[in-house]
Design a protein around this ligand. Structure first.
Ligand code: BTN
Length: 324
């Protein structure tokens, strides 16, 4: 979005319900009144209802429900996250666009969102179903100044952000299933895919892909996964405003990320464990070589799963298959 449009939105946001004169806007933004009018027409295309009255000026009557760069930025109270937002009605995967933009020097905090993904990617090369207009399909581009081996901490941090937002914005108690599935009533409602470009001791960029099933009904969930997957609407019988949820995620993410960069991982670990699914319980672990039972203790700083076996041995697991 142009910086002029950004400034225009900020002014209108501050003066919500009151008229702002074309003269005032034109002086503030240093553009002609005809240019102001053109910007208003662009906002209307995004679904804003704008009233323009001669002698009084402009005011916003209604913000749009549909997702756009403008609606995400409207009222977004962040310092660096989402200053650049790219919205696509449909795309193969927001991850692809994020990688492309990262190579083209897009800034830290760039957001890519889509109404629909035709080739959404999940972890382990799985497909991620991204029903049009019913979920949050978003990638966040970060350029963190941390060592590459610490990048998994960002995934764990993201999981805590999603859990925090869902527990505040809904009536349900989310859980995080290791490493980063968000469960509601033991079914998956959100997933995180972190991809990174790095040299040995320096991260070039990280792309955090977030997929949340929001307003799907049971018939929107593919049959082969409907015993394991759910949506916020299915679990609560309520429809959610996707733009509001995105803004809340961005605001919470920025705070959590800034705190992590300042204070390190311990608080993230504590928070993750406060949402951890089946912590303290016995789980069954399978590797190619053997099967065994152990108590799930929590997570280590590197994102590994910490377990205590029957012989009291404490193990860090990275890639075992777990029977939850
Ligand atoms: C998983 O649990 O397997 C991770 C799912 C991640 C899905 C999101 S949707 C937005 C972004 N774009 C993608 O193609 N994937 C991630």
């Amino acid at each position: 979005m142009s910086s002029t449009r950004n400034k225009l939105i900020k002014i209108l946001e501050k003066t919500r319900n009151e008229y702002v004169s074309g003269q005032f806007l034109s002086e503030e933004l240093n553009i002609s009144r005809a240019a102001i009018w053109k910007h208003m027409k662009e906002l209307e295309k995004d679904g804003y209802e704008i009233e323009g009255k001669s002698k009084k000026g402009y005011r916003i009557l209604k913000s749009p429900e549909k997702l756009s760069e403008n609606t995400v930025q409207w009222g977004l109270n962040t310092k660096w996250l989402g200053k650049k937002v790219i919205h696509k009605p449909t795309t193969a995967s927001t991850q692809h666009i994020a990688h492309q933009l990262a190579q083209e020097s897009a800034p830290h905090g760039t957001i890519i969102i889509a109404d629909e993904q035709t080739a959404g990617k999940g972890r382990m090369n799985r497909k991620w179903h991204s029903t049009a207009g019913k979920g949050i399909w978003m990638s966040i581009l970060l350029r963190p100044e941390i060592l590459p081996y610490l990048a998994p901490q960002l995934t764990l941090l993201t999981a805590t952000v999603l859990a925090d937002v869902l527990s505040k914005d809904t009536t349900i108690e989310p859980k995080i299933k290791w490493p980063n599935d968000i469960l509601i009533n033991s079914k998956k409602t959100a997933g995180i895919l972190t991809e990174m470009q790095a040299e040995q001791d320096q991260i070039q960029y990280v792309v955090i892909g977030i997929g949340i099933n929001v307003n799907q009904t049971t018939s929107d969930i593919p049959e082969n996964i409907n015993s394991k997957a759910t949506s916020l609407q299915i679990e609560t019988n309520n429809a959610f405003d996707i733009t509001n949820l995105i803004q809340h995620i961005l605001q919470t993410f920025e705070n959590a990320y800034d705190a992590y960069i300042k204070n390190g991982f311990p608080n993230v670990k504590d928070k993750w464990e406060s949402y951890g699914f089946r912590i303290g319980e016995t789980i069954q672990i399978k590797t190619i070589k053997k099967n065994w039972h152990a108590t799930f203790l929590g997570i280590a700083e590197d994102g590994a799963l910490l377990t205590k076996a029957e012989d009291e041995e404490i193990k860090r697991l990275y890639s075992a298959e777990i029977d939850w």
